[in-house]
Design a protein around this ligand. Structure first.
Ligand code: IPD
Ligand code: CA
Ligand code: CA
Length: 282
């Protein structure tokens, strides 16, 4: 089904209204949290701010698009399960940062239509930066067009990544990738918000991003934002991206093949005792 530009623009405005409403809640609760709970894995936090922001987003969506399917991090699925319109929402991406008042968090609201990310809004309530995109309509920050960086060499790139909450339970925890790519690039940052990681690649602050263990609500908005800004999203090995894999490689396009190649040759951390052997890379 082809959704018209007018329809996509209307969904983008609905997502914006919801994200800004959630942002007000997050600004209000900042530094005023009574309770911080741990969910499944150690360190996986949820606060009253996450829940209240989510309620606000759901209110807006239910008012405008009552028949759509909606997946949110804290409430799970609501709405019609067979709707081709599927919203994936993280009311607060970067909860750990938020709980510590470290100013790197965002509201992330994405819409997939027939499985393809087509509308995305990411709002950072600290910097009050608003990222928006819709398929064919471009990507903006604070309503001004954005583009990915022009960096072509991995050795000149600045990357970002993250570590999922199951990192203590698996050796596939991204530690080896982080160390290896730190040697090959100008640096790898770990901001703590997947949505902002994607938004920052989209506006050229980072050249590339990879991560595993993510959920659709972490990525949907950021994917369309990055694609509309000229970037590329695939699986680690360059094959088509699958949202349910939880694994994403997202770049400015120019370093995509090099980053994908290096991600497939990451040495095991157990052979890192002699770091000197990599000195030629750094
Ligand atoms: C987390 C952040 C973080 C990423 C984790 C996510 P949350 O989301 O996006 O950057 O590394 O994998 O779960 O829990 O703050 O919404
Ligand atoms: Ca998240
Ligand atoms: Ca969250």
């Amino acid at each position: 089904m082809l959704t018209s530009s007018e329809q996509l623009a209307a969904f983008l405005d609905i997502a914006t209204e919801a994200a800004l409403a959630a942002g007000v809640i997050l600004q209000d609760y900042l530094g005023n949290l009574d309770e911080i709970e741990e969910k499944g894995h150690p360190g996986d936090l949820v606060t009253e701010a996450d829940r209240k922001a989510e309620i606000e987003i759901l209110k807006v969506l239910r008012r405008h698009v009552p028949g759509h399917r909606i997946l949110t991090e804290e409430s799970g699925q609501v709405g019609s399960l067979d709707s081709e319109f599927f919203w994936a929402i993280d009311p607060l991406d970067g909860t750990t940062n938020y709980a510590h008042q470290y100013p790197v968090s965002a509201v992330s609201i994405g819409l997939m239509i027939e499985g393809v990310p087509q509308v995305g809004v990411i709002y950072d309530p600290f910097r009050r930066e608003l990222f928006r995109a819709a398929k064919g309509l471009g990507a903006t920050r604070d309503r001004r067009p954005i583009r990915v960086s022009k960096t072509c060499e991995l050795s000149k790139s600045l990357l970002t990544t993250g570590f999922a909450y199951d990192r203590r339970q698996t050796t596939d925890n991204n530690y080896a990738e982080f160390c290896y790519l730190t040697h090959l690039t100008q640096g790898v940052r770990r901001g703590g918000s997947a949505a902002l990681d994607l938004a920052y690649v989209a506006c050229g602050r980072f050249d590339g991003y990879w991560e595993r263990g993510l959920s659709p609500w972490d990525m949907t908005a950021g994917i369309i934002l990055l694609e509309e800004a000229g970037g590329k999203v695939t699986a680690y090995d360059g094959s088509p991206f699958q949202i349910d894999s939880g694994r994403i490689l997202a770049t400015n396009g120019h370093i995509h093949t090099s980053l994908s190649t290096e991600l497939q040759r990451v040495p095991s951390l157990t052979i890192w005792a002699d770091l000197g052997k990599f000195s030629k890379l750094g």
